[in-house]
Design a protein around this ligand. Structure first.
Ligand code: IMP
Ligand code: MG
Length: 184
């Protein structure tokens, strides 16, 4: 990757910067309305959701706290390994908090299902899921998000925090990766 041009690996732009900003704005407005009398704690799942989280929290107009959690579920490939490991846990207790998990994309659902179980056991007041993207046809467990930015087709996408092999997170839009990149 070093010295390469990221853009040449992109087959097409799926969601532009302008579209992303509209999607995130709408989610922020909805969350602000529905959580206005609650003790909102946004929990961002690293690293894929950092950019979404940073933009979403600025579209939320009510008081809230934030925290971060890191898990590993994917190796360097494009398919779930089924193994989920906590790499960084939350800093504080979530007891009594109204948790909103902020995730980049729901694919098989395995990662979030696992995280949700762990967090539920810690007695938050409520727990909901906000995912920027959803690939419903790929689901392998019974899990639904409460807030969905956009449904996406069954293609491997990168940018706006989403990676392939840890690269492309800094693309400002959502692109579909050329198949030649991951079949190499
Ligand atoms: P799941 O456990 O199969 O739902 O996987 C969810 C995680 O896989 C996401 O948080 C992403 O890190 C990664 N992922 C799934 N689909 C894509 C994609 O199209 N592009 C980039 N990452 C993806
Ligand atoms: Mg990832």
């Amino acid at each position: 990757m070093i010295g390469n041009d990221m853009v040449k690996d992109i087959e097409k732009v799926l969601i532009s910067q302008e579209e992303l900003s509209k999607i995130v704005k709408d989610l922020g407005a909805k969350i602000s309305e529905e959580y206005k009398d609650r003790d909102l704690l946004l929990v961002s799942i690293l690293k894929g959701s950092v950019i979404f989280m940073a933009d979403l929290m600025r579209e939320i107009t009510i008081p809230c706290n934030i925290d971060f959690m890191a898990v590993s579920s994917y190796g360097s490939g494009t398919k779930s390994s089924g193994v989920v490991k906590i790499i960084k846990d939350l800093d504080k207790s979530i007891e009594g908090k109204d948790l909103l998990i902020v995730e980049d994309i729901l694919d098989s659902g395995r990662t979030l299902n696992y995280i949700r179980e762990i967090l539920l056991a810690r007695n938050p007041k409520s727990i909901r899921i906000c995912t920027l993207f959803d690939k419903p046809e790929r689901r392998e467990v019974d899990l639904y998000a409460d807030y969905i930015g956009s449904r996406v087709p069954n293609e491997f996408i990168v940018g706006y925090g989403l990676d392939y092999n840890e690269y492309y997170r800094n693309l400002p839009y959502i692109g579909v990766l050329k198949e030649s990149v991951y079949s190499e």
